[in-house]
Each structure stands twice: as structure tokens, then as C-alpha cells.
Design a protein around this ligand. Structure first.
Ligand code: APR
Ligand code: PHB
Length: 391
């Protein structure tokens, strides 16, 4: 058995865990990051790709914005398409110049891993059997196996950044109240070697179901189609995917660029919140505490906002002994979380085919028309989309 000690033990090397580790390092606080997957796996998992204004700023301020600024694509608007018309929402105009940056979550993760390893700071991949204990007695311990050896990591605080299927939330389940909504549909997502057909994102409402045009680079399109949660990918040969994307996004005088499909997968849709996001010396952050459906592009941004609050509270605690920031961690985070939960739910129910009832479709179309013609409604969408300021 190897015994180790650090200030903050972080479970999970997704955006939440890696960003937290980096912010703590900048504040002179030691941490150890434990990840159960391989580096290869974590760096190649395809996830969302929209950074809120504040998220991009935070990464820049933390010194990890160099490649983001070089390769990320700044967007000042998005479009909503319905009834065969495409309407642009000028995000920056409506939010005092704020914008979003298109940069894959995978790239954020790669940058954070690179900087951590370059600094020679502890980040262990392929750890097994992680368990957490002692957080109620001010003596947190994370036990795990690494390279066939049992380890115990004692720390001041445990950060549960281990995603929705991790071990930290279940460890405090008895103290949590959870809120959940499942949606009767999912997204079939593809990454295609094709130049983006639209410079900006297009969210499309169509009788067949939702479609989204997004991108990763000037050569890579990222496209999504609403499908069934149990959709069998074998029933979706490339030809059918393109045909359906074309049908849902069709517009006079515009055409969809196609190309070889490099990746495809089905993502379920769920809203979930666990309250509070802390117990004793254990703090949950990111997907470990909450999930949003991807329609508002909020998942990654919420994860980063959580750890910004946590890093700030830990810094204050270590510097001054003041625990108040840690005490109010959950309350501060949950305000933003519930705003994003509502926004994501609203975008999801406005844009997807939610039933066969024409009444629902009429309401959706009325809402979409309002959002794209009323300055007040467009501004409220824009404000939520570019994101609230990070506390
Ligand atoms: N031990 C160690 N690591 C674990 C364990 C465990 N028992 N369980 C899960 N993990 C790891 C996962 O392999 C993953 O790398 O924790 C990490 C959690 O990362 P994410 O799932 O990316 O979650 P988070 O960092 O909160 O980022 C949220 O990810 O799912 C997307 O849409 C979501 O964009 C959002 C973002
Ligand atoms: C993406 O590019 O992957 C993406 C963009 C916008 C969303 C969700 C996903 O709302």
C-alpha cells in the first residue's frame, strides 16, 4: 500500500477536473488528478464544442488560451430555421459585444493535459477501484489501484469531477435530492470531412424532427439529427443520414456540403440536478452534479463555471482560513445551473418534434417566430446563449 498526501484530491480528468487542477496550481495549491480511462481515450472522446464568452476568457486568463485563440472560431451569431426560413440572431449585437468560440471540448481537454504534464504535476490515468471516504470527519481519503498497487491519497478536500457515471455522487447519495427529466428522443451526431455549409450554427425545427449544423474547423462539419433514444445505427447508412439532414435543413438557394463521415454516435438527452453539490469536505462539479440536454450547448460551460467558483473558494480558505466561500459553493453554483437547466429545456422543447400533436407544433412555431422577430425575446436567448458572467 502506498500512502500519498495532497491538498485537493480530484477524481476525473474531464474539463471540470483538469480545469480545477490548473486553477489551483495557479493559486499555489497542490492537487492530484485521478482518471480511470486512458489518456488516449480522454483525448479522443468527441463532445460538444461551444465555449461561452466567459469560459473562453477564463481559459485565456488561466494561461491555456493560446491554441484556443489560434484555432478557435469566434462566432457573433447563430441562426434558427423553421417554416423553410432561416433567421439570424446577432448574439454580439444583443449582448454588448459578447461572442461564443467554436473549439471542441476534446481540444480543451488536450490543452489542459499537455500543460499539466509539461509542468510535471500529478495526473494519473487508468486508476481502478476509486473509493472516497472520510469527508464527513475532515479527513478525506481517496483509495485506488494504480499499476497493480493499492494507494491511499489523504487530502484536505475531495473534488468529485467524475462525470454522471462516477463514484463521488453515489458516495453522498443519501444526502442529496435529485431532479430529473428524460426526453423521448436523442441526437444522432456525425463528424464529417466537409467544409461547414454555414459559417454559423443553424438550429432547425422541422416536421421530421430537429437538426443542427455545427462545425469544428474550416474542413470539418459537426451535424446532428433528432432520432429515437434506442436508434440502431445500422439502420443509418451514410446515404440515409445525408438525405435526412438535407431534408431537414433545406433552404432555397443553399445546399448542404457532404463528405466522408469520420465518426457517428447517438447521444441521449436528459436534464438532471443533484442538490446540494457538496457534503462535508466533498464537492461535486460538472456532470457529476448536473446534466443538461445539449441543445443549449451548456454542459462544458457549466462544468468550468463550477470549478471556477470552487477554486476561488479554496484559494480564500487556504489563504485566510475563511470557509464561507466553501460553505456557499453549492448555492452559488446552483443559481447558474438552474438558469442553464431552464434555458436548455426551453431550447430543447422549442426545437424538437416533441409529440405528434399539431397543437404542440403550432406553439413551437409561434415561439420561434417571436424569438426571431422580437428584440426582447432575441436578447433573452442571446444573453443565455453567450452565458452569464462567471461569479
Ligand atoms: N474514477 C476516476 N475517473 C472517473 C471515474 C472514476 N470512478 N468515473 C468517471 N471518471 C472520469 C471519466 O472517465 C471522465 O474522464 O471522470 C471524467 C469526467 O469527465 P466528463 O464526463 O467530461 O465530465 P466533466 O468534466 O464534468 O465535463 C462536463 O462533459 O459530458 C460532457 O456535456 C458534458 O460538456 C460537458 C462536460
Ligand atoms: C457541437 O458543435 O457539438 C454543438 C453545438 C451546439 C450545440 C450542441 C453541440 O447546442
Amino acid at each position: 500500500m502506498r500512502r500519498l498526501r495532497t491538498q485537493v484530491g480530484i477524481v476525473g480528468a474531464g474539463p471540470a477536473g483538469l480545469t480545477l487542477a490548473h486553477l489551483l496550481h495557479r493559486a499555489g495549491i497542490e492537487s492530484v488528478v485521478l482518471e480511470d480511462r486512458t489518456r488516449e481515450y480522454v483525448e479522443h472522446r468527441i463532445r460538444a464544442g461551444v465555449l461561452e464568452h466567459g469560459t473562453a476568457e477564463l481559459l485565456r486568463d488561466a494561461g491555456v488560451g493560446e491554441r484556443l485563440d489560434r484555432e478557435g472560431i469566434v462566432h457573433h451569431g447563430i441562426s434558427m430555421q423553421f417554416d423553410g426560413e432561416r433567421h439570424r440572431i446577432p448574439l454580439s449585437e444583443l449582448t454588448d459585444g459578447r461572442a461564443i468560440v467554436i473549439y471542441g471540448q476534446t481540444e480543451v481537454v488536450k490543452d489542459l493535459i499537455a500543460v499539466r504534464l509539461q509542468l510535471g504535476l500529478p495526473l494519473l490515468f487508468e486508476v481502478e477501484g476509486v473509493t472516497v471516504r472520510g469527508f464527513d470527519e475532515d479527513a478525506p481519503v481517496i483509495a485506488f489501484r494504480h499499476e497493480d498497487e493499492e494507494h491511499e491519497l489523504s487530502c484536505d478536500v475531495i473534488a468529485g469531477c467524475d462525470g454522471f457515471h462516477g463514484v463521488c455522487r453515489p458516495a453522498i447519495a443519501a444526502a442529496l435530492r435529485t431532479f430529473e427529466r428524460e426526453y423521448p428522443f436523442a441526437w444522432l451526431g456525425i463528424l464529417a470531412e466537409a467544409p461547414p455549409s454555414s459559417e454559423e450554427l443553424v438550429y432547425t425545427h422541422h416536421a421530421h424532427g430537429f437538426a443542427l449544423l455545427s462545425l469544428r474547423s474550416p474542413h470539418l462539419s459537426r451535424l446532428y439529427l433528432q432520432c429515437r433514444p434506442d436508434e440502431d445505427l445500422d439502420e443509418w447508412p451514410e446515404k440515409r443520414i445525408w438525405k435526412e439532414l438535407q431534408a431537414r435543413t433545406a433552404l432555397e438557394g443553399w445546399s448542404l456540403n457532404t463528405g466522408p463521415i469520420l465518426e457517428q454516435g447517438v447521444t441521449g438527452m436528459r436534464s438532471f440536478v443533484a442538490e446540494p453539490m457538496q457534503r462535508g469536505r466533498l464537492f461535486l462539479a460538472g456532470d457529476a452534479a448536473h446534466i443538461v440536454p445539449p441543445t443549449g450547448a451548456k454542459g462544458l460551460n457549466l462544468a468550468i463555471a463550477d470549478v471556477a467558483v470552487l477554486a476561488h473558494a479554496l484559494d480564500r480558505w487556504y489563504r485566510t482560513g475563511d470557509e464561507s466561500g466553501l460553505g456557499s459553493y453549492s448555492e452559488i453554483c446552483l443559481r447558474r445551473v438552474w438558469r442553464a437547466e431552464h434555458f436548455s429545456y426551453w431550447m430543447t422543447t422549442m426545437l424538437h418534434r416533441i409529440s405528434d400533436d399539431p397543437f404542440d407544433q403550432k406553439l413551437q412555431l409561434s415561439q420561434l417566430r417571436w424569438v426571431t422577430t422580437s428584440d426582447a425575446a432575441a436578447r433573452s436567448l442571446a444573453e443565455n446563449y453567450v452565458g452569464l458572467r462567471i461569479a
